[in-house]
Design a protein around this ligand. Structure first.
Ligand code: FMN
Length: 229
């Protein structure tokens, strides 16, 4: 005998049914014009990634970067700093002393995953990472970054253990943003991490039908195809 209550003669099931039948805002929403358009969906993805480099409120501003470390997979959030659509290159900033750097030296393959909750859009991307330390690109990006975002490079190595709870910053920098001259010592710890995308998988959720598409780039150019969601 079932222990579930029988709701068939109560108002509850009728209420549930009417709630389910009532169209949500999303179910009456028209499909976007790129819905059945492979090239259009990719174009839309590029536009959102490009905008996210400047828009801190965009969910795509802080994607998840996954590496293959000697101990297995590792994923962490990084801020997307720049995107070049021509070369399909994502740009991030990181610390040369962080664990992801030796992992990338062993295996340059990475995955970068974006999710925009309001748009119900997931992008799973992958490619090869390149680290830039102490070269012209690293210096240009160091110069172009705000002092508040560079201060952390003056701290102790990220991920190192500490006997005390800590920010990792030297005591004289607690609560203080140094001037440009005061940041110089941190530049040797600053790395630009670039990812050239070789793969992008688009997953768009919609109550009336999902869409999933795969884009791959190789020596022969771009291949695009629909997948079952
Ligand atoms: C919202 C957010 C933004 C972050 N942005 C960066 C970033 O731009 N660069 C970075 O190296 N770490 C950033 N981090 C910290 C990383 O997630 C991670 O903890 C750090 O890079 C150490 O990772 P690793 O030990 O795997 O190398 C951010 C974390 C959060 C939550």
């Amino acid at each position: 005998m079932s222990s579930l209550p029988d709701l068939s003669n109560t108002g509850s099931s009728a209420q549930l049914a009417s709630a389910a039948d009532k169209p949500s805002d999303r179910s009456v929403e028209p499909f976007p014009d790129y819905y059945d358009d492979l090239a259009g969906s990719l174009h839309h993805a590029w536009k959102l990634i490009g905008r996210a480099t400047k828009d801190r409120k965009s969910d795509f501003h802080s994607p998840m970067l996954a590496t293959v470390s000697a101990d297995g997979p590792e994923a962490r959030v990084l801020i997307l700093r720049a995107f070049d659509v021509e070369t399909r290159t994502l740009t991030f900033h990181t610390d040369t002393r962080s664990a992801k750097v030796p992992a990338l030296t062993l295996d340059a393959r990475v995955a970068v995953t974006f999710y925009d909750a309001a748009r119900k859009l997931q992008l799973r991307t992958g490619g090869e990472a390149t680290l830039h330390v102490g070269n012209a690109l690293a210096n240009a990006r160091w110069q172009a970054s705000s002092a508040s975002s560079l201060r952390c490079y003056l701290g102790r190595a990220p991920g190192a253990t500490s006997a005390q709870p800590t920010t990792g910053l030297p005591p004289d920098l607690e609560g203080v943003i140094p001037g440009r001259a005061g940041l110089t010592a941190g530049e040797e710890n600053f790395a630009v991490l670039q990812v050239k995308l070789q793969r992008l998988e688009w997953l768009y959720l919609h109550s009336r039908g999902q869409r999933r598409a795969l884009y791959r780039w190789d020596a022969g150019g771009l291949t695009m195809e629909w997948l079952n969601p």
